[in-house]
Design a binder for this molecule. Structure first.
Ligand code: FUL
Length: 516
């Protein structure tokens, strides 16, 4: 009895101890985010190991998988024929004759896009919703007798069509009299943000533009970014905050052309960012700083000098027309499907999300010319992806079984064993085939790792290089002159820890003239 009593107490004590340890581990797990890590003072090997294990947050992963997002630049500029309004416009000018937000969103869905972002307020301060905090808005326009709300119409179309919905809210405001009176404008901005985040259902992306044309003698507004971010996190926890935000980085150009070497793990060096992180317990917030236009943002040489690393993936914004807003003079200057396909390869194909602007016209419709190009692009993309020649091929590797890399599920993947940083995948077709596109994906759920790869074909008994690259990330697409062969080989030549490949596609775009 005694014995049992004692061992029972011991067991109870042990259980309590285990529970205590488990709860400590759990607390640490809650506080420890996988999308950021401190690396200051560490040795090179440890920094690379840490970088390889940084992964996207759930909201970043959802966003990355969208691949293709629409930007709608629409507002008072549409009716004044300008790109940057001065905030002095008469709201009476805003009068679309047949606005149909469903047409906008449905067209984007048909084109293969998964989310839209609307310019709820551009630099002119004119609000596309009837904000309580300004008179510069649709409520003082003749459209729908001042009872209209473009944000409502677009958000409802998105929710109905199962498309993501995002808002662009320009911090720079040329109409608001408080702009430059920092605390007062921050309150005004937070009030507007609150209206947008509480009145329109789920919001998936909040886009803060960094542009400000005030110049050296203009108004100086100190934005309370941390306050804005905390508000978004509490009201719309699933939304990514882009550009002047901690989740999504501007690729650094508006040409549609991203970097060939595009890392999603970047350093955050500024002291102030660590202070902000320390003051925020569970969800550290980093105010983006530094020059996003630099070519090398995440190489070993760059991250080795970092104090902290974060997952900070790139978004490529570009307009289908020369301008961001609609101008009838640009009706003949809409980018062709072929040009858009180049952009597709140099953005989505370079580890980025493509944010393509399609500005609705003065009727309040996506213009026919833009639709033609958009749908033209969609058929080119579909044509390329119609057959994945790797799907029925025999796949082998120096690491064994790899059937899961053509299953369309980017969470199943090939990798190496024993910390091997290189590896080879061989693809043998049933009969010789012609290909001119290689599509690769890493499993970013466990990090971005591949640093160098090459792709070869077997010519007789000699392996010859077709193409090569550096980073892969979420997706890497490469085009090349058509090659006819039966055997191909992907060689991962350098990686940060074990490389992964989650999907591999071999396609024939039939877009070049070469005939076989
Ligand atoms: C820039 C703005 O100034 C343009 O008007 C446009 O909105 C573009 C997406 O961002 O910074």
């Amino acid at each position: 009895m005694k014995e049992i009593y004692f061992s029972g107490r011991k067991l109870k004590g042990r259980l309590l101890f285990l529970l205590m340890i488990a709860s400590i581990i759990r607390c640490n797990a809650i506080n420890e985010r996988s999308d950021t890590a401190v690396v200051s003072g560490q040795q090179e090997k440890n920094i690379i190991r840490t970088a390889a294990n940084i992964t996207p947050s759930a909201r970043q992963l959802r966003w990355q998988e969208l691949e293709f997002v629409a930007f709608f630049h629409f507002g008072i500029n549409t009716f004044t024929n300008r790109e940057w309004g001065d905030g002095k416009e008469d709201p009476a000018l805003f009068n679309p004759t047949s606005l149909d937000a469903f047409q906008w969103v449905e067209s984007c869905k048909k084109a293969g896009m998964k989310q839209v972002i609307l310019t709820a307020k551009h630099h002119d301060g004119f609000c596309l919703w009837p904000s309580k905090f300004t008179e510069h808005s649709v409520k003082n326009s003749p459209w729908k007798g001042g009872k209209g709300d473009v944000v409502k119409e677009v958000s409802e179309a998105c929710h109905k069509l199962d498309m993501g919905f995002g808002v662009y809210l320009s911090p720079w405001d040329r109409n608001c009299p408080f702009y430059g009176d920092s605390p007062k404008y921050n309150d005004y901005f937070v009030n507007q943000l609150t209206e947008l985040l509480t009145g329109y259902g789920r919001v998936d992306e909040v886009w803060f533009d960094g542009a400000c044309g005030e110049g050296p003698n203009g108004k100086k507004q100190i934005y309370d970014w941390e306050r804005y971010y905390k508000l978004i996190r509490s009201l719309q926890p699933g939304a990514v905050i882009a550009v002047m935000g901690p989740d999504v980085r501007w690729v650094g150009t508006e040409s549609g052309c991203g970097r060939e070497t595009e890392w999603s793990v970047l350093p955050v060096n500024a002291q102030s960012q660590d202070q902000i992180a320390a003051s925020s317990q569970k969800d550290a917030i980093f105010v983006p700083q530094g020059d996003m236009t630099k070519q090398d943002l995440g190489s070993r040489a760059v991250i080795e000098n970092a104090t902290r690393l974060i997952w900070y993936p790139s978004e490529t914004d570009v307009s289908i027309r020369p301008g961001w807003f609609y101008h009838s003079s640009e009706d003949g200057k809409v980018k062709s499907p072929e040009k858009l396909l180049d952009i597709y390869f140099s953005s989505i194909g370079r580890n980025s999300v493509l944010l393509l602007n399609i500005p609705p016209d003065t009727r309040g419709l996506i213009n026919e010319n833009d639709l033609k190009s958009l749908f033209g692009l969609k058929s080119l993309i579909d044509k390329i992806h119609s057959v994945n020649y790797a799907k029925n091929a025999t796949l082998s590797s120096d690491e064994g079984k790899i059937a899961q890399i053509t299953d369309g599920d980017n969470s199943t993947y090939w990798t190496t064993t024993n910390e091997k940083e290189t590896g080879t995948i061989t693809i043998k077709l049933n009969k010789p085939g012609v290909i001119d596109v290689l599509s690769l994906q890493e499993n970013i759920r466990i990090g971005q790792r591949v640093e160098k790869f090459s792709f070869e074909y077997l010519d007789g008994s000699t392996w010859k290089t077709i193409t090569s690259g550096t980073t892969i990330g979420y997706k890497r697409l490469l085009r090349f002159i058509p090659v006819k062969a039966q055997q191909f080989k992907l060689k991962i030549e350098a990686s940060r820890l074990n490389p992964t490949i989650s999907e591999l596609g071999l396609y024939y775009s039939k877009l070049s003239d070469a005939s076989f």
